[in-house]
Design a protein around this ligand. Structure first.
Ligand SMILES: [Zn+2]
Length: 283
């Protein structure tokens, strides 16, 4: 039982995030971890785009699918896990799946040998610690992720949240870069021609966050540098509306429209690691 050392010498000194696409038509983001020797590792969060589209969008950002070593799945709705990944004979990267999602992953056709299961903090690569929390979303629930690197930079990723919990705030507190969903404007949602059951599902505490809930969560999280608002509803939201809830806040803001993504966003290594390394962390 070896505990993981987690100091600056471990390697990952820079991290940056790019949302490739976000929304009900497909979600995928890339995180690049760069080491002191110049080498890098590329990870994906969610696999909600086809392999071909993912490759195209990575290529536009100067990286390649062949460089991806790890993928982290928040949950197995179709817009977060595309069937094309389960159908691939060979996958050159590990797909990290929370244990509570194993049965859902199988239903999506993902073979057990392709899954790298976890149910607590882990280190997917040297110098990168992954922490998670289980949040409400429909029947299967959703996993929020935090990535801490040894230089002190950190990234948080939280989408498809039914509500804002204290676990979520604790997990993501003071991350450098926060990607969080801001799904709908309540007024536009109420006024939309959507059926009542769908409105209840979205707004009922196990669906999605409104712009105001996302802004409130962000205020409590106190991100250090940059916030990306994700998963904007095509019909019941707009970038300008979502953005307005963050006016005057002390961080940079990116708000990609439904289905769109962002350029690379750096997570600056400007402070020592905020979170205490866990003695139980295994490598
Ligand atoms: Zn979704």
């Amino acid at each position: 039982m070896a505990s993981a050392a987690f100091g600056p010498s471990d390697g990952a000194t820079r991290a940056r995030l790019s949302v490739l696409a976000s929304g009900s038509s497909g979600n995928c983001s890339a995180i690049e971890f760069r080491r002191r020797d110049g080498s890098r590792r590329l990870a994906l969060v969610d696999l909600g785009l086809s392999p071909r589209r993912t490759q195209k969008l990575l290529h536009e950002r100067g990286v390649s699918l062949s460089e991806v070593t790890d993928a982290f799945v928040t949950h197995f709705d179709r817009d977060h896990f595309h069937a094309g990944w389960a159908a691939r004979e060979h996958l050159p990267f590990a797909i990290h799946v929370h244990e509570r999602h194993e049965v859902w992953a199988r239903r999506c056709g993902l073979a057990p040998k392709r899954m790298s299961l976890f149910d607590g903090p882990f280190m997917p690569m040297p110098g990168v610690r992954t922490s998670t929390s289980e949040e409400f979303h429909d029947e299967m629930g959703v996993i929020a992720y935090r990535f801490d690197i040894s230089s002190g930079a950190s990234l948080g990723y939280a989408t498809d949240l039914g509500s804002v919990t204290s676990d979520l705030i604790d997990l993501l507190h003071k991350v450098s870069v926060l990607a969080i969903e801001s799904n709908y404007c309540p007024k536009l949602q109420e006024a939309s021609p959507r059926p009542a059951f769908l409105k209840r599902r979205i707004m009922g505490g196990a669906g999605h966050l409104s712009n105001q809930q996302a802004a409130h969560a962000t205020e409590l999280i106190e991100p250090r540098d940059h916030v990306v608002l994700m998963h904007l509803s095509r019909d019941c939201n707009a970038p300008g509306v979502a953005q307005a809830a963050h006016d005057g806040r002390p961080y940079a803001l990116s708000v990609p429209a439904h289905g769109e993504g962002t350029d690379w966003i750096d997570a600056p290594p400007d402070r020592p690691a905020v979170r205490t390394p866990s003695a139980e962390l295994h490598v």
